[in-house]
Design a protein around this ligand. Structure first.
Ligand code: G4P
Length: 539
């Protein structure tokens, strides 16, 4: 196949939702329809311990949340799908944001009884900022729900998004019988299978006037359905795929992931109308996906995914050209040439050697140290991507090793977790506690991951104590050292440096921050590192 044809069939996607809306269930069902999980066996075993193919980490199992995202790759209907799993819990949003830099389209799952929830909204904002096309799956239609029209209104009012219902439910709750596909003008009648829906649900497809459709609904419900469909038609608005790609319209699908209702419909339409791999921009220059020069960036690093291997994997999103095993590329941060030999295609914990990849693909580079999140690997040294956002930490802790005999293990573990970006480290100017290190995170659960993984993966105990700051700001690097030396630092505040040696200010409250700004008008500060202040990506 020609490179351009290879790229056309790639889809790189993520599913986002508020916890419990059904992201994990929908992911599993996609794998079921993609033939990747036979009978979605994990669905039943998950009943016992919530272990899924994408939910591998011990800690995740214990807590029942998805801490770090994984990659699932499968073929479906002629497409090569890269499905990137994202953690739903807000404390791990930094990880989610990074993953979203690697995808071209997103499916947003809503609980039909709850509509848009706080975390859905936050994740949606990130997608909007990155202009990522969003498809909406309204899940749990088999339970009491809010009115579908009300949910559409909410999408339009709260998210300011044009909502186009591609299908429409036939009844809700116990009476949820199927959906009407408004594009194909066909009714899909679903048949409920055994609990958990570990097989594709049998569907019978018919016209709206078919007597079998009428037989399945009460006369009142059928009349109601026809009225609603007329209302939707009357409300106008044709489906325009360009509006979807522009992120202005979200195609909406109703269903029940648990029962496999409407899963195949959204998957089929998603693949048809979602974005092909989007070319990235570097300093205003568009890098064509089919360029003859390979390039990509690392959006995630994970160690010890498989306790039997204990190695680290850097996940690279291919942006242009063709990746080939054993190729030698520039590592743009260090300016060194590196050979990419041990590269893998990933399916949760399973790995398969990968020989070639194209734009839109994600490649796992195994066992190499020295790569960092955000690093560019490229055959064209003029390309350096700046795709990964940094987040302003809001929680601070000090960590120390209580057992001097374990110094090496502690250091090794900390180095790895910092490389993965589990937390950030800052270095105080006035630090006299050589034994304790200052860590910062967006959410407190990130600290728990550190303590847990230090112990579980490196056998290192650790002691954490809260640090007294709540606000961090980066200081404009143009600020002369003399100005900083003479700065009036409020009590309880301190200057520090980030891992790139950039100056930061740590203060105990917003009030103190305002006080600092008042007293030091010559010092400019920002809530993102100055080197990352750049315009949002434009298609
Ligand atoms: P998440 O990844 O977004 O956090 O949600 P997840 O898929 O884990 O689903 C959360 C709960 O909602 C699970 O129940 C799941 O079975 C249920 N669920 C998902 N889709 C549907 C649906 O279409 N209909 C109904 N009725 N329930 C659905 P749980 O009791 O928390 O876990 P489990 O014991 O069922 O695994």
């Amino acid at each position: 196949m020609k490179a351009a044809d290879e790229i056309k069939i790639r889809r790189s996607m993520a599913i986002i939702s508020h916890p419990d809306a059904g992201k994990t269930t929908l992911t599993e069902k996609f794998l079921l329809y993609g033939g990747a999980l036979h009978l979605a066996g994990s669905v039943t075993s998950r009943k016992k311990e919530r272990a899924t193919a994408s939910d591998w980490m011990e800690l995740e199992r214990k807590r029942g949340i998805s801490v770090s995202s994984t990659l699932l790759q499968f073929d479906y209907a002629g497409y090569k799908v890269n499905l990137l799993d994202t953690p739903g819990h807000k404390d791990f949003s930094e990880d989610t944001y990074r993953v979203l830099t690697a995808v071209d389209s997103v499916i947003m799952v809503l609980d039909a009884a709850k509509g848009i929830e706080s975390q859905t909204r936050k994740l949606f904002e990130i997608c909007r900022r990155r202009e990522i096309p969003i498809f909406t799956y309204v899940n749990k239609m088999d339970r009491p729900t809010r009115h579908p029209l009300e949910l559409l209104d909410e999408l339009e009012d709260v998210l300011q998004l044009n909502a186009f219902p591609v299908n429409w439910p036939l009844g809700t709750g116990f009476d949820f019988k199927g959906v009407y596909d408004r594009m194909a003008k066909q009714v899909h009648l679903f048949q409920k299978l055994s609990k958990g829906g570990s097989q594709a649900a049998p569907v019978s497809i018919r016209g709206l006037d078919d007597p079998i459709v009428k037989d399945n609904l009460s006369a009142q419900d059928y009349a109601h359905l026809c009225e609603e469909l007329e209302l939707l038609e009357g409300a106008g608005g044709l489906f325009d795929p360009a509006d979807v790609l522009a992120g202005d319209t979200t195609p909406v699908f109703f269903g029940s992931a648990l029962n496999n209702f409407g899963v195949q419909l959204i998957l089929d339409y998603f693949l048809k109308y979602s974005s092909e791999p989007i070319p990235r921009k570097v300093n205003g220059r568009i890098i064509p996906t089919e360029s003859d020069k390979f390039s990509g960036f690392i959006f995630k690093i994970l160690a010890n995914m498989d306790p039997n291997h204990r190695d680290r994997i850097a996940f690279l999103r291919v942006c242009s050209g063709k990746f080939e095993r054993d190729m030698t590329v520039w590592h743009s941060r260090t300016g060194e040439r590196v050979k990419l030999s041990n590269t893998r295609k990933m399916f949760g914990q399973e790995r398969e050697a990968i020989d070639e990849a194209y734009a839109g693909d994600v490649v796992g580079i195994v066992g190499r140290s020295g790569f960092g999140i955000g690093d560019t690997l490229t055959e064209d040294p003029a390309i350096t991507y700046h795709e990964i956002p940094r987040f302003t930490p809001e929680c601070f802790m000090t960590i120390r090793n209580p057992n001097p005999a374990n110094f090496k293990k502690f250091k090794k573990g900390m180095d790895q977790l910092l490389e993965e970006g589990v937390v950030q480290e800052f270095f105080r100017d006035d630090d006299v506690h050589a034994n304790s290190r200052l860590l910062a995170a967006v959410g407190p659960l990130q600290f728990e991951v550190v303590t847990y993984r230090l112990q579980a993966e490196y056998g290192a105990e650790s002691l954490m104590e809260p640090a007294p700051w709540q606000v961090l700001r980066w200081i404009d690097p143009a600020t002369p050292e003399a100005t900083l030396r003479e700065a009036r630092i409020p009590s309880g505040s301190t200057l520090a440096r980030d891992a790139n040696q950039h100056r930061v200010l740590l203060v105990p409250s917003e009030w103190t921050l305002n006080y600092f700004c008042e007293k030091n008008p010559a010092i400019a500060i920002s809530n993102v590192p100055y080197e990352l202040i750049q315009k949002p990506r434009k298609r």
